[in-house]
Design a protein around this ligand. Structure first.
Ligand code: G6P
Length: 591
């Protein structure tokens, strides 16, 4: 939710900040803005809409400066208007602030500041930060002290970038929202995520909770916000290469990221037995196990819970992180919470970690972003190694999470190398599902699918998560109503929705429940549905058949790729941007 970028150095920061914002657009894209510090004022530009098509040289040729901040917005407080877009300013317009997060006490602060004469121009929570800082500057000796005081007075969450007119200084700070410092040669960057500045440097410092960074005079210093004292930090080298964060000639990140899936599976399964071992021990020792995640990651967690039940007889209860607060207090010492997250920054997931730790439970994370808040908060993490995922829809991260669950489940029964071998076969199938001829076939199917109002999917057992995930992909990107059901649940309501020609995807694996799911397919077909079978073998009930080779309980890892492609081509058919579906943000850092 919202992305922030900052630059300070010898060069012109505006091109780097605009480029960074474009890379962070997946975090929010309803409006954007940029500001630079000049000798006596702050120059800025704000615009409603996506930043994608904006060209600095063409659209704003005279805009530039060596101290620069920028923001791409996903509106929370205040409508999508130029006024509400960031940066926000103090009354004297000498302080500019960009913010990702929510100032929970902004109403009280705003009232207080208004009573002191501050004039507000937006409806945002963020604007109070600029005015509060302006107020605090009147009473504090240094800018640093004023910033620290301001940060201590704000309740809620923030990743911030702050600049001052005529001052060679850039402040960043974080609490509850991610912020990374990029360390270049006499140049420094701030970004909500590493791809924002990966083009310029791969040396980074992941700011910790309640830390502030002050950058000036070619140096940076990180301080603890509570004590104001300098904090020790570690510079980390990021292994992601820039190509992974670029479209590389593909029309969209979504297709590029789907095509990366065979490589991603290889990377995920490169994990060693030693790396898996602490996670296996946590599972073995746990009294009760819960899998907590959101969206696509939750579906991977559901897949994992079925896999562990069917392969190892281990019960894991999947719970949506958004609903977890209602159960969190029931956790006990000895319980284990397995969290799954691409970004490692999803607010609900981080909340679940807090409540798990409060009750003395342990936390294991399956996470894609190294150094993310989740990775740092968890007791142990398994890095899924999908690389940067830019498209708002999660595809390669999902497949990597499923593959990691497979590795973990394999490790629990002492069969790491056998699982790796099987996953390599799954990887080959993913490659053929992604082949040009297969893509053409799905694109053809999508022409028809794009015209319908409803799509349903059915799966049982190990394929239940695929029924859910395929419909999430379709609805997110095409805005077609799509719902996945367990085959067994069909007769308990959903069958009422079945009418003539409605497409129903049916997932079947060679897992002992395939006869039941075929019966469910018959039931919907008898009511007029058009059944698309994604199965290890064809059946007369399938109007259309997409082959998913038999890899037992690992079959769904390949077969989901069909629905990802379907979702993509339906979006193209409908002329929609698959990378940035309306209203969605990739990283939901607000509760
Ligand atoms: C949002 C995104 C989903 C994503 C979910 C969890 O809802 O739109 O695509 O699956 O967050 O994100 P995470 O980063 O925790 O995996």
């Amino acid at each position: 939710m919202c992305g922030i970028v900052g630059y300070i150095g010898k060069g012109d920061g505006a091109p780097a900040v605009i480029d960074g914002l474009k890379r962070l657009e997946y975090r929010g894209y309803d409006s954007w803005g940029i500001a630079v510090s000049e000798s006596d004022k702050i120059k800025f530009h704000k615009q409603v809409g996506k930043i994608g098509g904006f060209e600095l040289k063409r659209d704003l040729p005279d805009f530039g400066g060596s101290i620069c901040i920028g923001h791409t917005r996903w509106a929370t407080h205040g409508g999508v208007t130029e006024k509400n877009s960031h940066p926000h300013f103090s009354c004297d317009k000498k302080i500019a602030v960009v913010h990702n997060g929510i100032v929970e006490n902004y109403q009280e602060l705003r009232k207080e500041l208004e009573s002191k004469g501050h004039k507000f121009v937006s409806q945002t929570d963020t604007e109070v930060i600029a005015h509060l800082l302006e107020e605090n500057l009147k009473h504090k000796k240094s800018k640093k002290d004023a910033v620290l005081k301001t940060l201590r007075e704000i309740e809620g969450s923030y990743a911030l970038g702050i600049i001052f007119a005529g001052e060679e200084i850039l402040f960043g700070a974080r609490k509850g929202s991610p912020l990374v410092l990029g360390v270049g040669k006499q140049e420094f960057y701030l970004g909500s995520d590493v791809p924002a500045f990966l083009k310029h440097t791969n040396k980074v410092v992941f700011l910790d909770e309640f830390q502030m960074v002050e950058i000036s005079g070619g140096n940076y210093e990180v301080s603890d916000v509570n004590s104001g004292k300098a904090a020790k930090v570690k510079e980390t080298k990021i292994e992601w290469d820039l190509d992974e964060a670029e479209k590389g000639g593909h029309p969209h990140f979504m297709i590029k990221e789907m095509l990366e899936q065979p490589t991603v599976i290889e990377k995920t399964i490169s994990i060693s037995e030693e790396e898996l071992s602490p996670a296996v021990k946590m599972i073995e020792k746990a009294k009760n196990i819960y899998v907590v995640a959101c969206g696509t990651a939750l579906h991977a967690g559901i897949y994992g819970s079925y896999l562990f039940a069917l392969e190892n007889g281990v019960m894991m209860q999947p719970i949506s992180a958004g609903e977890f607060p209602h159960f969190g207090s029931l956790l006990k010492k000895g319980d284990l919470v397995i969290t799954v997250s691409q970004s490692g920054e999803t607010a609900d997931v981080l909340e679940a970690v807090k409540s798990a730790h409060k009750s003395g439970a342990k936390v294991l994370a399956l996470v894609n972003v190294m150094g993310s808040s989740l990775m740092r908060a968890a007791d142990y993490s398994l890095l899924t190694k999908a690389g940067p995922e830019i498209c708002v829809l999660s595809t390669k991260a999902y497949v990597s999470q499923q593959a990691m669950f497979a590795m973990l489940s394999g490790a629990l029964k002492g069969k790491v190398s056998a699982t790796k071998k099987l996953l390599l076969k799954v990887k080959d199938d993913v490659s053929s599902i992604l082949s040009e001829s297969s893509r053409k076939n799905i694109a053809k199917m999508a022409k028809k699918l794009a015209k319908v109002d409803n799509i349903y999917a059915l799966g049982r057992g190990i394929n239940y998560s695929n029924a859910l995930e395929s419909c999430l992909k379709i609805k997110e990107v095409s805005y077609i109503h799509a719902e996945g059901f367990g085959g067994g649940d069909l007769k308990h309501g959903p069958i009422a929705l079945i009418e003539k020609d409605v497409p129903v995807l049916v997932f079947a694996a060679n897992d002992g429940v395939d006869k039941e799911i075929v019966s469910n397919a018959m039931e919907v077909k008898a009511r007029g549905a058009e059944v698309i079978g994604i199965s290890y073998q064809n059946n007369e009930v399938f109007e259309q058949y997409l082959p998913a080779n038999d890899h037992g309980l690992l079959t769904p890892i390949a077969s989901i790729v069909y629905s990802q492609l379907m979702a993509y081509y339906i979006a193209l058919e409908k002329n929609l941007d698959p990378d940035k579906p309306r209203n969605l943000a990739k990283s939901v850092t607000v509760k």
